[in-house]
Design a protein around this ligand. Structure first.
Ligand SMILES: Cc1cc2nc3c(=O)[nH]c(=O)nc-3n(C[C@H](O)[C@H](O)[C@H](O)COP(=O)(O)OP(=O)(O)OC[C@H]3O[C@@H](n4cnc5c(N)ncnc54)[C@H](O)[C@@H]3O)c2cc1C
Length: 555
C-alpha cells in the first residue's frame, strides 16, 4: 500500500491516531526529513507533521548548493571544512540524481582581499581537508582563461580566477526524496497538519501534540514518547508555546534570489563573486535560466511569506551590474524570484551584522523534554539528524532500557538514489535514456525526467504509457500528467502550489510552463482529489498569488 498518496490522507491520519510514537518530528523541511529517516532506520516508530507543504519553509528557498564548506576556511575552521567536505560527498553518493557537481569560478581582481596566490593556497588546503576527489581539485586560471570560460565577467583589473567544484541541488526535491525514503522505511508523514499545542503528562513532560489538519480543520491528538521541534524559522514560536524559550534565540535573516532567462543573462559558467560591499554572491546557470543570490538582512516580518523588496532587488541588480557590466539588466528582465529565511542562532554580543552570525546548528532541550534544533545547512542535514537521534535513543535507553541500533544513513541511498552511486549514475542514465526513447519520449524530455526522479523514473515511464490516452482526452501533455499523478500518488502533493513549486521547481525556473499548464493541472487535481469548488477557487488563487509574488515588485 502506498502511504504517501494524497488519496490516502485519511488513512495516514488514522494511523497517527492509533499509535504512541517513539518520536514525533514537527517540521517537514530538510532537518525534520533527515531526522525522521535516521530515526526510523534505527528502529524508532516515527511520525512527522508539516503545517504547510513539505519544504515550503526555508528548504525550498535556499541558493540550492550542497556546499563543501569553503567559507569556513576563511574563518580558519579547519575541522569544519574537513567534516563538511566529507559530508558533501556522502550526500552526493546517496542521491546523485538530485546533487550535481558544478565547476565554480571565483574571479580575482586588483585590490580585492583575495589574490591569486592566497586563493591558490586556500583552495589547495581546502582540497586536502575536504578530501576533494582528484578530478574535482582546484585549478587556477589566468585572466585569458577566465574570460574564455565566461566572457561576461568584468575584465578591468582581472588578475585570474580560482576554479573549484560546488554541488548544485534542488533543495525541495532533496527534502522530498529524503522523506520518501523515510516513509518507505515506515515513517508516518503528513503535510498540512500543524502542531498547535503540546500535550503533557502528569509530571509535565511532553507526551505529544494537538494537531490540526489545515485542509479539513479537524483536530486530533498525536502521542509520542519524544517530540522534536525541527520547525526552522518557527522554532522559537514552539519553544515559547512550551514555555521554554530561554537563553539563545533565533535571529532570522532574509536572503533573496532573482531568476533571468538565458536570453538576457546568457551565463555559461557558475560564478562566485564579490559585490561592491565585499559580500559574496553566486550567479548560477540552470537549464534555460540563470539565477543570482543572495542577500542577508535581518528579518522580523511574516514567517510564511517573506517577500522580495525594492531594496533587495536594487542590491542584487547593482551587484550584477558590478560583475557583468555589459548586460545592463534592470527589474524588467527579472523572470522570477524567491525569498527565504535563515533560522540562525544569535550569539551573545553578536547579532547586528547578519553575516557575522554563525551558520552552525544548535540543539535546545527544555525541562519538559522538548528537543529543538535550528541553524545549520542543507549539506549537514544527515549529521544534524544523527546528533538528534543519538540524543533521543540515549534518553530512551536511560528511561526505558530500550536499545536502538546505530545510524545507517551514511550508506543509504535516498529515494530515487538507487542508481549505483555517482559512478553508476552515468550508466543508469544511459540505460534509462534508451528506455525512455523507446516508449516515445524525446531525448531531452526523457533526460529531464531521469535527472528529476532518478531510480523512480521507471514509475514515471509507466505512467506516461498508461495515461497517454487519458492525457490526450484531457487535452494535457502526457509528461505533465505523469508528473502530476506521480506527485499526488507518491509524493503527497495536494495543492497546485505543491506541484508547481516543490515537486517540479517550475514556478522559479520555468514560469511559462506553469502558465501554460496550470488550468488543466488544477482541473485534473480537483477531479482526482475531490476538491469542492470552494477548494478549487482557494487553491487556484493561492497559485496566482505565488506567481504574482515571484514577479512582484519586479514589475
Ligand atoms: C537565502 C538562503 C540561502 C541558503 N542557501 C543554502 C545553500 O545554498 N546551501 C545550504 O546548505 N544551505 C543553504 N541555506 C540554509 C538552508 O536552506 C537551511 O538551513 C535549511 O533549509 C533549514 O531547514 P529546516 O528544515 O531547519 O527549516 P525549514 O525548511 O523552514 O522547515 C521547517 C518546517 O517546519 C514547519 N513548521 C513550522 N511550525 C510548524 C508547526 N507548528 N507544525 C508543523 N509544522 C511546522 C514549517 O512549515 C517548515 O516547513 C540557505 C538559506 C537561505 C535562507
Amino acid at each position: 500500500m502506498k502511504l504517501f498518496s494524497s488519496h490516502q490522507r485519511d488513512t495516514i491520519n488514522q494511523n497517527f491516531k492509533k499509535v504512541t510514537l517513539d518520536l514525533l518530528v514537527i517540521g517537514g523541511g530538510i532537518t525534520g526529513a533527515g531526522i525522521s529517516l535516521d530515526a526510523v532506520t534505527r528502529g524508532l516508530n516515527t511520525g512527522l507533521i508539516e503545517m504547510q507543504d513539505f519544504a515550503a519553509g526555508t528548504s525550498s528557498r535556499s541558493t540550492k548548493l550542497v556546499h563543501g564548506g569553503l567559507r569556513y576556511l576563511q574563518q580558519f575552521e579547519f575541522k569544519m571544512v574537513s567534516e563538511v567536505g566529507k559530508e558533501r560527498a556522502i550526500v552526493y553518493e546517496n542521491g546523485p540524481h538530485v546533487t550535481t557537481p558544478e565547476w565554480m569560478m571565483l574571479p580575482l581582481y586588483k585590490g580585492s582581499t583575495l589574490g591569486p596566490v592566497t586563493t591558490n593556497i586556500g583552495l589547495r588546503i581546502y582540497d586536502f581537508l575536504a578530501g576533494v576527489k582528484k578530478e574535482e581539485r582546484r585549478v587556477m586560471l589566468n585572466p585569458d582563461q577566465a574570460i574564455e570560460k565566461e566572457p561576461l565577467i568584468k575584465k578591468q583589473g582581472l588578475k585570474g580566477a580560482g576554479y573549484y567544484v560546488e554541488y548544485k541541488t534542488d533543495d525541495a526535491r532533496l527534502t522530498i526524496e529524503v522523506l520518501k525514503k523515510a516513509v518507505e522505511k515506515g515513517v508516518h508523514a503528513i503535510n498540512y497538519t500543524k502542531a498547535i499545542d503540546f500535550l503533557y503528562d502528569e509530571s509535565n513532560k511532553i507526551c505529544g501534540v494537538l494537531a490540526e489538519d489545515q485542509i479539513t480543520g479537524e483536530r486530533h491528538k498525536v502521542f509520542a514518547k519524544k517530540v522534536v521541534n525541527a520547525s526552522g524559522p518557527w522554532v522559537d514560536g514552539l519553544r515559547e508555546k512550551d514555555g521554554s524559550k530561554q537563553g539563545k534565540a533565533l535571529h532570522l535573516t532574509k536572503g533573496i534570489h532573482l531568476v533571468f532567462s538565458k536570453e538576457v543573462f546568457p551565463l555559461n559558467q557558475a560564478i562566485y563573486f564579490d559585490a561592491p560591499d565585499g559580500r559574496m554572491i553566486f550567479a548560477i546557470p540552470r537549464g534555460k535560466r540563470t539565477y543570482v543570490g543572495t542577500t542577508d538582512t535581518t528579518y522580523k516580518g511574516d514567517l510564511t511569506n517573506p517577500q522580495v523588496t525594492d531594496e533587495d532587488l536594487d542590491y542584487l541588480l547593482m551587484a550584477i551590474d558590478f560583475m557583468f557590466p555589459s548586460l545592463k539588466l534592470n527589474e524588467s528582465h527579472v523572470e522570477s524570484s524567491w525569498a527565504g529565511l535563515r533560522p540562525l542562532i544569535a550569539e551573545n554580543g553578536k547579532g547586528d551584522n547578519p553575516s557575522e552570525i554563525s551558520r552552525k546548528d544548535e540543539v535546545f532541550v527544555s525541562d519538559s523534554g522538548l528537543i529543538s534544533i535550528a541553524g545549520g545547512k542543507l549539506t549537514g542535514y544527515r549529521q544534524m539528524a544523527l546528533q538528534i537521534v543519538n540524543l533521543v535513543v540515549k534518553q530512551l535507553k536511560e528511561e526505558e532500557g530500550i536499545l536502538y541500533s546505530d545510524s545507517v544513513t551514511k550508506n543509504l541511498p535516498i529515494s530515487g538514489g538507487e542508481v549505483g552511486g555517482s559512478k553508476g549514475y552515468q550508466r543508469f542514465k544511459g540505460q534509462k535514456l534508451s528506455e525512455g526513447m523507446t516508449i516515445g519520449l524525446k531525448k531531452e524530455d526523457a533526460l529531464k525526467l531521469i535527472e528529476t526522479y532518478g531510480s523512480n523514473v521507471s514509475v514515471l515511464f509507466n505512467l506516461y504509457q498508461d495515461k497517454f490516452d487519458e492525457a490526450v482526452k484531457e487535452g494535457m501533455d502526457p509528461i505533465v500528467l505523469s508528473q502530476l499523478i506521480y506527485a499526488m500518488e507518491y509524493e503527497l502533493a495536494y495543492k497546485p502550489v505543491d506541484f508547481f513549486i516543490r515537486r517540479t521547481g517550475a514556478l522559479f525556473f520555468d514560469i511559462e510552463w506553469v502558465n501554460q499548464h496550470k488550468e488543466k493541472v488544477i482541473n485534473y487535481m480537483q477531479k482526482s482529489l475531490n476538491w469542492s469548488n470552494k477548494q478549487k477557487n482557494l487553491y487556484s488563487s493561492e497559485l496566482e498569488q505565488s506567481l504574482h509574488e515571484a514577479v512582484t515588485p519586479l514589475r
